[in-house]
Ligand binder design. Structure first.
Ligand code: SF4
Length: 64
């Protein structure tokens, strides 16, 4: 699984961080989310898919 965040769309709300905190991080000064693990293990698929669904601007793309 590969994760891409469209930084032009991300508004830094942090919903994804709540769902998958080992994959996404948002510091106090960050305007867009940081991807900590762009190729997470399959064990995290459920969390990552939930994070993508919760993103209000559909900025998270999961490849395969
Ligand atoms: S939920 Fe979407 S808009 Fe919010 S920080 Fe994550 S990627 Fe960005």
């Amino acid at each position: 699984m590969k994760i891409i965040v469209d930084e032009d769309l991300c508004q830094g709300h942090g919903d994804c961080v709540m769902e998958a905190p080992t994959v996404f991080e948002l510091g106090d000064d960050d305007l867009v989310v940081q991807v900590l693990d762009a190729s997470p293990s399959e064990d995290l698929r459920e969390e990552v898919e939930l994070a993508a669904r919760r993103c209000p601007v559909n900025a998270i793309i999961i490849e395969s």
